[in-house]
Structures are given as C-alpha cells and as structure tokens.
Design a protein around this ligand. Structure first.
Ligand code: KG4
Ligand code: ZN
Length: 333
C-alpha cells in the first residue's frame, strides 16, 4: 500500500510517501521557524497562510522524488489534531480533496500517535508491547503501549513540557527557538556539576513530571550572574540543565519499565533527538537488559513520514483482520 502522509499541525509542513512493504520512500518538509522567529513564537494566522503556500509544491516534490503519480496512491494520512485549527485545516482540506478526487481512504491520525509510532521508521523497529517516553515541545508523557491503539497514560507533566524547558533555557542564554539543539551543543562543552539545578519530582512515587520549577531555577541562576554572560557560564548552565532533565526522564522511564514489566523502551518526539538523552537512555537500558528504540534523528520533530507510518500500521492491521476473516479464522471481539 502506498500512503501519502500530511502533517500541518503547527509550524512545519510535512509531506511523505510511505510504502507499507518498503517503508519511507520520499519525504519533504518546510519549517516556518525563521518566519516566526521575528515574533518570538508561532503566529497561528501566519502559520496557516504559509501551509497554504507550501503544501502543493511539497506534494509535487515527493511525487517527483519517488517517481509516482497521484493514481499510484492507495490512501492518504493526515494529522487530525491536536494543533492550531487553521493550520490543521490546510492539511485536512488537501488530504480530503485528494481522497475524494481519487476515491481512496483518508486516515486521520492523532499527532501524538504519529510521534509514538515514528520509531517504526527506524531500521531497528520495536514490536509491541513497550513503554514509550513522548517528549516534545508541547507534551511530556510516559505510556504503556500494549498494542496498536492500546495506549495507557502512566504519567505526564503537571506543567511545562521538557521541550518547552529546553526552549526557555535557550532563550535565557540568548538563543532563539527551537532551543533544544543549541542547549545540547552548549552542554557538550560544559563541566558536569559546576552548577547545580533541581531534579523536580525525581523521587516522587508516581510517573509525573514538572519542569516549571527547573525553568525558574535556570532564570534565577542567569539573573544572579554578571552580564554579559561568559561562554563558560552558558556551557555550564546548559550542562546542568541537560543533566537535570535527562536524570529525571531516565529515572521515570526505568520506573515505568519496572512497574509494567516491559523489556522495550521507545523514546519519541522532538526532545528524543537529544544526543545526551539518547546516550543516557541507551546506557541505563543496556545495564538492565532493556532494548531502547528511537526514531531516525531527522524524524523526531514534526514530519509527514510519521503520520503516514502510523496510518500504514492501522491499515495493515485492518487488512490483516480482513485476510483472517476470509481465511475462516474467528476474530475475538
Ligand atoms: O515534536 P516537536 O517537533 O513538536 C511538538 O510536537 O511539540 O518538538 C519540538 C521540541 C522543541 O521544544 C525543541 O526545542 C525540541 O523539540 N528539540 C530538542 C532537540 N531538537 C528539538 N530538544 C533537545 N535536544 C534536541 N536536539
Ligand atoms: Zn510534534
């Protein structure tokens, strides 16, 4: 099955072609980061208008890259939410327009399920069940993923998302959105333990997170430091921040693995691109005989490929059920 994936929930227009047998065959992405930078955040109206400008050229680009025509498509997958209403409307209008014109199915995908299943795009794919850490700009959640569509939320942030804390830390150190890559690069040059920051809820018995206190601690540390901030201070504060966030995330993942008895962990969402987090999770899991999976580095942040892959998994399951029915197997309700 050849699936066209469309993502337009926020500030990235992502289009991809995914083959349920061959995997990802082409993708194209336009990020609006530069356009919104001027305003210090995403401006919804500008985001919608830019999606309108970009989506058709991106569609043509992936078709050309893959050497396919619209008639080759078997289904269209589109992010149905959550996200900015106007931005979502652009992707959904295009997706349903194509679906109607070609008389093929349109599959609406929850944005977070797209992130959750983005590890299916990696060479080394997880199989169910697994514990998932979903860390993005808007969400920080731990889930038990028992099967496709069978997700139980085990814990989540009570305030800011981990990505948001990265972005605010970057801002305090003079770097613009998205702050994750900048903070990560600074942290690599910082000295561990030179600055101490809190590790919120690390010892709490539950699997919830809280990053707003950490954000405030970063702001207060910056406020007390003589200006202009030295490079050494920036490196050390970024290091302290990354160590604090990764300590909390790793600890909660291990707790969730222990609680559920799972032997596989999947980390996904924008923050899962983080080098330090990947290294820490890999090492902690290796020591406990747990296998850890990540999406490809370039598919951690928003993209059309994860939406197409999620739809591919659902469509494959439906096809599987149909085949079983035709083969005379009984299906449990
Ligand atoms: O998943 P995503 O693209 O968008 C949402 O659905 O929210 O995640 C964006 C977030 C931003 O906060 C960005 O700073 C963070 O992911 N991010 C990173 C890295 N790359 C992106 N955080 C830490 N390290 C990175 N390398
Ligand atoms: Zn996202």
């Amino acid at each position: 099955m050849l699936i066209l994936g469309i993502e337009s929930s926020c500030d990235e227009t992502g289009v991809a072609l995914y083959d349920t047998d061959k995997g990802l065959i082409a993708d194209a992405l336009h990020t609006q980061i530069e356009m919104h930078r001027l305003y210090g955040g995403v401006v919804p109206e500008l985001a919608s208008r830019d999606h309108i400008r970009r989506i058709i050229p991106l569609l043509n680009e992936v078709m050309k890259k893959a050497g396919k025509t619209p008639q080759d498509l078997d289904a269209v997958a589109v992010t149905e939410g959550p996200g900015l209403a106007g931005a979502l409307l652009v992707g959904n209008s295009v997706a349903y327009g194509i679906g109607l014109a070609l008389n093929i199915s349109v599959v609406g995908i929850h944005h977070l399920e797209g992130h959750l299943l983005s590890s299916l795009l990696a060479e080394d794919k997880p199989s169910f069940p697994f514990v998932a850490l979903l860390v993005s700009g808007g969400h920080t959640q731990i889930m038990e993923v028992r099967a496709l569509g069978d997700y139980e939320l085990l814990g989540e942030t009570l305030d800011d998302a981990a990505g948001e804390a990265f972005d605010k830390t970057a801002q305090a150190l003079g770097y613009s959105y998205p702050g994750g890559p900048a903070v990560s690069a600074l942290a690599e040059k910082g000295t561990p333990g030179a600055i101490e920051l809190p590790r919120p809820l690390i010892h709490a018995p539950n699997l919830d997170f809280s990053f707003s206190g950490l954000k405030t601690a970063v702001m207060n540390t910056v406020r007390k430091e003589p200006k202009p901030l030295s490079q050494e201070f920036k490196n050390n504060l970024a290091r302290a921040f990354v160590d604090s966030v990764t300590d909390v995330l790793v600890t909660k993942c291990l707790k969730a693995l222990k609680k559920t008895g799972n032997k596989s962990l999947v980390a996904a969402g924008g923050v899962s691109a983080n080098k330090q987090l990947r290294a820490r999770l890999t090492e902690a899991c290796r020591r406990r005989g747990v296998k850890v999976f990540f999406p490809p580095q370039n598919l951690c942040t928003d993209n059309g490929a994860m939406i197409a892959a999620a739809a591919g998994a659902h469509l494959a399951e439906i096809k599987d059920l149909r085949n079983k029915k035709q083969g005379g197997f009984s299906i449990k309700p």
